[in-house]
Design a protein around this ligand. Structure first.
Ligand code: FPP
Length: 232
């Protein structure tokens, strides 16, 4: 079993367009997939699940779509809080949440606090997240510590760098799933996916449910992970 699964949840807009529905109907349906996949990952014993819910760049979408996504996210958090506690799920946020609307940020803070001692599974929501921004922030913090004399560059390791990322206390993803067929990583977890296995499916996110997750895990289990080495 992969220890950590990360997912780029793409295709909500296309799902809605095919049905001649507004884009937001796709996001609403996408939330059902989020619930299903969180529950299924917990049932399968996955220890870390990271969902790309809103990228740094998504803020440049039309204002109504951004507002509707934030509203959906806030509702999701309020409704799921007890469910997360009951299922020993600990919530974290990856990204600069200071720019999210007050209600969304408050809901996140409340659920993070309410679930902070849960140990069954880590659920990380990437919100206003960008991989390059995350790496740049880490680099700046190193520059500050170097300038103040608190670190030596010669001894700075990859682990030291990792410890300055949102994922500081979690392993790198073993499996990255992207729905709806695009062959790119879209600024997601750039540092962390160095040796992650990629799985891309044409299934749109609102249609991605238990069976599709199990297929992705089976594909992962058939791979040989080499981490740059020769495997006989
Ligand atoms: C990509 O589809 C999806 C998003 C930008 C948002 C993902 C959000 C959700 C699934 C709902 C909220 C999340 C949580 C965790 C409660 P797209 O709009 O880019 O689709 P398209 O490429 O087909 O237009």
């Amino acid at each position: 079993m992969p220890l950590h699964i990360a997912i780029i949840m793409d295709g909500n807009g296309r799902w809605a367009k095919r049905r001649k529905l507004p884009r937001i109907a796709g996001h609403t349906k996408g939330i059902e997939s989020v619930r299903t996949i969180v529950t299924e990952c917990r049932r399968l014993g996955i220890k870390h699940l990271t969902l790309y819910a809103f990228s740094h760049e998504n803020f440049s979408r039309p204002e109504e779509e951004v507002a509707a996504l934030m509203e959906l996210l806030t509702q999701y958090l309020r409704i799921e809080e007890q469910e997360m506690i009951d299922n020993q799920i600990r919530l974290s946020a990856f990204g600069d949440i200071s720019l999210l609307p007050d209600e969304t940020r408050q809901a996140l803070e409340d659920v993070k606090k309410a679930t902070m001692s849960q140990e069954g599974m880590r659920l990380n929501l990437a919100l206003n997240y960008g991989g390059r921004q995350e790496i740049l922030t880490a680099a700046k913090s190193i520059a500050i510590d170097y300038a103040s004399g608190s670190i030596q560059l010669e001894s700075l390791s990859e682990a030291d760098f990792s410890s300055r990322l949102y994922s500081y206390d979690q392993p790198d993803p073993d499996l990255l799933i992207r729905t709806s067929g695009e062959l790119r990583v879209s600024n997601f977890l750039l540092w962390q996916i160095a040796y992650t296995e990629l799985y891309i499916t044409d299934v749109l996110w609102p249609d991605f449910r238990e069976k599709e997750l199990q297929d992705a895990i089976a594909a992962y289990q058939s791979r040989t992970r080499k981490f740059g080495r020769v495997v006989e």
